[in-house]
Design a protein around this ligand. Sequence first.
Ligand code: PMV
Length: 306
Amino acid sequence: MESSAPAKIILFGEHAVVYGEPAIAMAIDLRSTVKIKRSDKFLINGESPDSKFHGYIKKAVELYWNESPLNVVTSSTIPHASGLGSSASITVSTVSSILALQNDWNKEKIAKNSFEVEYSVQGRASPIDTSTVTAGGTVLVSKKDFAGRLWKIEKDNNSWFINNIEICDLSLIIGCSGIRGITHEMVDKVRRYTEKSGFARDVIASIGNITYSSISALKDGDYKTLGSLMKKNQNLLSILGVSHPNIQSMINEVEKYSYGAKITGGGGGGCIIILTDEKDEVLKILRNRGWSSYKVKMDKEGVKNY
Ligand code: PMV
């Protein structure tokens, strides 16, 4: 069985979503592929599975496969540790191939099982990455049930509604700082801050308000409003301590040519998303400074099994 799943960016609301605020993510046209077949030995890319390098695949197989060993082969065009959902994409592709082999392939089950895998590998997490790369398109994760509900995910007294939202035809530039962003470290940092500071909790609530305000601008393709909301969201993420000097330099360099730019995902490094009409100019600036960059658009399909 062979499955593939897209990458994702978070348009608004990362970190705040861990505390029950809404967030919006979009699947994008970078992909990972996972091929599995029955074998006499459990192998991942020709090696014995090692939790350090193959944590997500190993956990998915442990949790959801109890027949003869599997030979797993992966490939991916998604940069690692950069807020683009590379682990979620590999997890979803793996779970999809396993469910296909069990004749039980459906997107809701893939999203739920993949969230369980991510949760047991990295601890505290929201289902935003795994559900977005499963569903494709643009996804609003919230405590409220909206029209466009895809499924509901529950864990440890938390529940999230996963809703599909229709937005304008959005194409963005991604710029990568070259600094590895370690999501669980950033999630821990924000947790420590919010536990001791009412101000940090207000910042989280303000991010939630920004996310709700972005919905109509996303639908209408109102780039000016979206850019200004992205800037506000980025300032609040900086206050939470999840930006990085290289991220700030990238944002400064492209500011003149963009409506707005912000981190995608956990931060502490990783990548930014840039909303601009001057894509070629922005790509040139990033490349001249040695930052890898991508022009991306929405992936509508989500996970696929071949
Ligand atoms: O760094 P990423 O792409 O895995 O995104 C993490 C998003 C957070 O909100 C920071 C954490 C989460 O689980 O929602």
